[in-house]
Structures are given as C-alpha cells and as structure tokens.
Design a protein around this ligand. Structure first.
Ligand SMILES: Nc1ncnc2c1ncn2[C@@H]1O[C@H](COP(=O)(O)OP(=O)(O)OP(=O)(O)O)[C@@H](O)[C@H]1O
Length: 220
C-alpha cells in the first residue's frame, strides 16, 4: 500500500459460521499492530479500532443455530493510514441489522447479546433499569436458551462498558444507550386485553402497567 500509494480493500465473505468475524478481527489486529505506535498508552486510534469489535458484537451479534456469536449485520471498516504507514483514523459503517430478532426468537437461538449482558449487570445497574432475571422478559424467554457456553454475560457487560469508554462513548451516552436497551425489554412485557369499546384495548394487569410505566420513565 505504501509502495504503490493506492488504497487496498479486503472482502471477507462466506456463509454463517465460516469465520468472517474472527478473520476480520485478526486482520484488524494485524493492521493495528503494523500501523500502531509502540509503547503509546491510552486511547490510541488503533486501540479504538480494535475495541469497536466488542461494542458492535454486544449490540449486533446473537447466538444462532449455526454460530454462538453470529453477526446479524454487515459492516464496512475503513482504516486510514498516513504517508508513513501509521494509522491516522478509522470509520465503521454498518448495514442491515436483523431487527426482527428483537421481538421474535426461537429455541435454540438467543436475542442480541446486549439484553443478556444488561440483565447480568451489577445490582446497582439492574436496579437503576428495574431489570430482573433474563428469564422474566418475553423478548428473551420465547427461547429456552438463556445462557451460552463460553459467554459470561456478567463479565461481557463490564467488558462492553470498558470498550465503550475506549471507543469514546461517554458515561452519559452509555447510560442513554442502556436505558433504551432496558426499555425494549420492558416494552416486550406489556400485554393488552380487549377493552369495553369496539376495537379497543386496555393494559392487561398491574404487571403490564409496571412495565409500561418503567419503559416510559426510561425513555423520558
Ligand atoms: N481462525 C479461527 N480459529 C478458530 N476458530 C475459529 C476461527 N474462525 C472462526 N472460528 C470459530 O467459528 C465460529 C464462527 O466464526 P465467526 O463468528 O467468525 O463466523 P462468521 O462467518 O462471522 O459467521 P456469521 O455470518 O454468523 O457472523 C467462531 O465463534 C469460532 O468458534
């Protein structure tokens, strides 16, 4: 690339479970190593490039029949180098997240990792978002698969928070993001019953009202 002075592209394709995500991470690690500044501490561009992976995986990956960590979106990663070959910047564009997974899943698949991570967060966080065990949420308990071998949801929650820090998502923004994640879980537990008037509906019970109120508080 330096010799020819031209941009280079690498296309990683293959069926689900082929190894695209892992290969892409290796490629990014290699390029970050080549273009990184040795001995530099703190939030360097190359660290941010690498730490973007856990963030994207938390919100865009899920367990499927074929792959315990299946990316449910496409991505275009651009790494910019200066004339000397050092990384000067990066940008990631994502495509077509499988949105239907949020509302509907089947055994043995899971919803997006972030929901389980948040339910396994330290008590001060779960209390703040009024969350309980993942099994109590409709969007998660439609599938009997709650835990995945090799994924520790509690540890991954902390790792995701750390990665978000490094990538540059500040505490306030993280809070806003996880409030939305929690609100989605509460919305999934709101049930409706037939109302008195024609074609009308009412909140089914106190439990549904609790989830409705909590979701609206979280989204305020
Ligand atoms: N180079 C590798 N060495 C060891 N195991 C690997 C390697 N590449 C992939 N795997 C294994 O295969 C699994 C699936 O890989 P990966 O998530 O990269 O697939 P993918 O092609 O991105 O799938 P999807 O399209 O579902 O996201 C990994 O979780 C890992 O267990």
């Amino acid at each position: 690339m330096i010799n020819e002075g031209k941009n280079n592209s690498i296309l990683v394709s293959g069926e689900s479970g082929a190894g695209k995500t892992e290969t892409t991470k290796m490629l990014m690690r290699y390029l970050a190593h080549l273009g990184g500044r040795s001995g530099v501490e703190g939030r360097t561009v190359e660290q941010q490039v690498l730490e973007s992976n856990p963030v994207l995986e938390a919100f865009g990956n899920a367990k499927t029949v074929r792959n315990n960590n299946s990316s449910r979106f496409g991505k275009f990663v651009e790494i910019q180098f200066d004339k000397t070959g050092r990384i000067s910047g990066a940008a990631i564009r994502t495509y077509l997240l499988e949105r239907s997974r949020v509302c509907q899943i089947n055994t043995p698949e899971r919803n997006y990792h972030c929901f389980y991570f948040l339910c396994a967060a330290p008590p001060e966080d779960t209390q703040r978002y009024k969350l309980a065990d993942a099994r109590s949420f409709h969007y998660l308990n439609q599938s009997s698969c709650i835990e995945v071998e090799g994924i520790n949801d509690a540890e991954e929650y902390l790792a995701t928070r750390r990665a978000m820090d490094i990538v540059g998502i500040n505490e306030e923004e993280q809070e806003a993001i996880f409030r939305v994640v929690a609100a989605v879980l509460h919305i999934g537990n709101i049930n409706f019953a037939k109302g008195k008037e024609v074609d009308s509906s009412v909140i089914q019970d106190d439990n549904s009202r609790f989830h409705l109120n909590t979701a609206s508080e979280l989204l305020e």
